[in-house]
Design a protein around this ligand. Structure first.
Ligand SMILES: *[C@@H]1O[C@H](CO)[C@@H](O)[C@H](O)[C@H]1NC(C)=O
Ligand SMILES: *[C@@H]1O[C@H](CO)[C@@H](O)[C@H](O)[C@H]1NC(C)=O
Ligand SMILES: *[C@@H]1O[C@H](CO)[C@@H](O)[C@H](O)[C@H]1NC(C)=O
Ligand SMILES: *[C@@H]1O[C@H](CO)[C@@H](O)[C@H](O)[C@H]1NC(C)=O
Length: 444
């Protein structure tokens, strides 16, 4: 493939940028790889003797409102989450609405989500009485809800960059005592479970168990969400508590055991991103849903029958593959072999230094074929505008592909992960009652 000199220069710039994107993709979403089965050694004393947590509190608790560390916003992120020391922000008096009981006339509830550069979407939840506010990522790829704790020790600076939950100031706090730990690609988050009222979009879940994180990886610094709200399936074998969605169902707060995502494109005239709890919102999609039954007991996973390019431009996978829909992953991830074949056919090339990522000359965008995923006899189609992203400051030359490769270890499923880049094209409903996932074209 022949590239002009300016394209080669752009490629070098793009490679540096790709490393940044890759990093950011890992960091921004705070998406767990897996929960830890065995409690790590250093946490065991706390598990066996929960009273050992007390020294942490007495020694390290920082007075609310006092800066614990000078602000050092990293250059790669425009925003720092919260002014340090503002660890606890209560709703102004005027915003406090009375707790209402929706049990009798439960209706679907919309949670407005903020889109940060197409890499992470987050929305507001409150915990406790009076309410303490947190921005969390709603993650279908994990099942634990956690937020940083006021009890995180001073030496774990990262934690102090975020809003932190303070059990002492909540009248509805209940002690739980068990520990939790979640492993991320960049390190682990760990702490202990606590219980309190959790409110999302005006729905109050009582006695919701959530993780109070006392340890967070340093690389979470600069991330925009305080914590995670897992919308995956509770892992009973690993002693996880019922999820927020489990409790919404069991406490009769929703009209149906369904939730749906509409994710907008950053910097577009699209409507705001929305998570609908308890149903779907027809304002955000067109046409009918294509449904796929779940193929795993504890995961939002389904079967793809075939993957090909439109206009007879090539078949990438004729045997089928498992796929998971993950609202906590920024991009679309596929097996490296298939992803490599795809980009060869599209005239793209791997980025030097980041061979899992690919670039394509932007001038080709209009002539590129669609990628077609066959699901349950229907076709889910991504156009080049869906699977390419623009490189800021380099609009004319190179575009990154949102489809990245991964070398799965043998036998690992799923083969594909449909992250935010896929969900922007397809409004997605997660139907627990019928154990299926539905896709409809997102409205723009
Ligand atoms: C949550 O994020 C929004 C949008 O960035 C911001 O305006 C708001 O202040 C944040 N709320 C909290 C509690 O951090
Ligand atoms: C808050 O949490 C700490 C640590 O788990 C616990 O020791 C303490 O009793 C709690 N405070 C209240 C008021 O329950
Ligand atoms: C978003 O739009 C603003 C104003 O139109 C522009 O200045 C900025 O560069 C855009 N950002 C991206 C990432 O495209
Ligand atoms: C999906 O599951 C439902 C209920 O178990 C079943 O009736 C239906 O045939 C399944 N559909 C497919 C395509 O397997």
């Amino acid at each position: 493939m022949a590239l002009s000199l300016s394209a080669v220069l752009a490629l070098i710039l793009a490679s540096a940028y790709a490393a940044h994107v890759e990093n950011a993709v890992l960091k921004q979403a705070k998406t767990p790889l897996r929960t830890i089965k065995t409690v790590p050694k250093w946490l065991q004393p706390f598990q066996q003797h929960p009273q050992h947590l007390r020294p942490f509190r007495e020694t390290y608790e920082e007075p609310v409102g006092r800066p614990v560390h000078p602000a050092q916003p990293s250059q790669s992120f425009e925003q720092v989450l919260s002014p340090f020391g503002q660890s606890l922000q209560l709703l102004p008096q005027a915003d406090r609405r009375p707790v209402r009981d929706f049990r009798l006339n439960a209706i679907p509830r919309d949670v407005k989500l903020t889109n940060h550069q197409d890499r992470v979407y987050y929305g507001l939840v409150t915990i406790g009485t009076p309410e303490q506010r947190f921005n969390v990522t709603f993650d279908t790829g994990s099942s634990i809800m956690w937020v940083p704790s006021i009890h995180c020790p001073a030496q774990y600076i990262t934690c102090h960059h975020f809003k932190r939950y303070n059990n002492v100031s909540s009248s509805t706090y209940e002690e739980n005592g068990k520990v939790f730990a979640v492993l991320y690609e960049v390190g682990q988050v760990a702490g202990y479970w606590s219980q309190d009222h959790v409110r999302v979009a005006g729905v109050t879940v009582k006695s919701q168990a959530f993780g109070e994180a006392i340890i967070e990886p340093d690389l979470f610094r600069g991330v925009l969400n305080d914590g995670i709200l897992g919308l995956g399936f509770r892992n009973i074998a690993e002693d996880e508590e019922p999820t927020v969605f489990d409790n919404m169902i069991s406490q009769g707060l929703l009209p149906a055991p369904v939730f749906s995502f509409y994710l907008n494109r950053y910097n577009s005239s699209d409507p705001d991103s929305v998570l609908t709890l308890g149903g779907t919102n027809p304002e955000y999609y067109t046409g009918d849903f294509t449904f796929a039954n779940l193929t795993a007991p504890d995961r939002w996973q389904f079967k793809i029958n075939k993957i090909q390019l439109s206009n007879g431009a090539g078949v990438l996978n004729r045997w089928g593959s498992q796929a998971a829909v993950d609202s906590g992953t920024s991009l679309i991830v596929g097996p490296i072999g298939e992803v490599d074949r795809l980009h060869k056919k599209l005239g793209g090339f791997p980025l030097p230094g980041s061979p899992r990522m690919y670039a394509i000359e932007c001038s080709k965008v209009d002539s590129l074929p669609d990628v077609e995923f066959f699901v349950n006899g229907q076709k889910l189609t991504l156009s080049s505008k869906d699977y390419l992203m623009e490189v800021p400051g380099d609009k004319r030359l190179l575009c990154f592909s949102s489809i990245v490769g991964k070398e799965w270890t043998k036998g690992e499923t799923p083969g594909w992960i449909f992250g935010m880049a896929f969900m922007r094209a397809y409004y997605t409903q997660f139907d627990r009652g019928n154990r299926r996932i539905g896709f409809a074209k997102a409205k723009r």
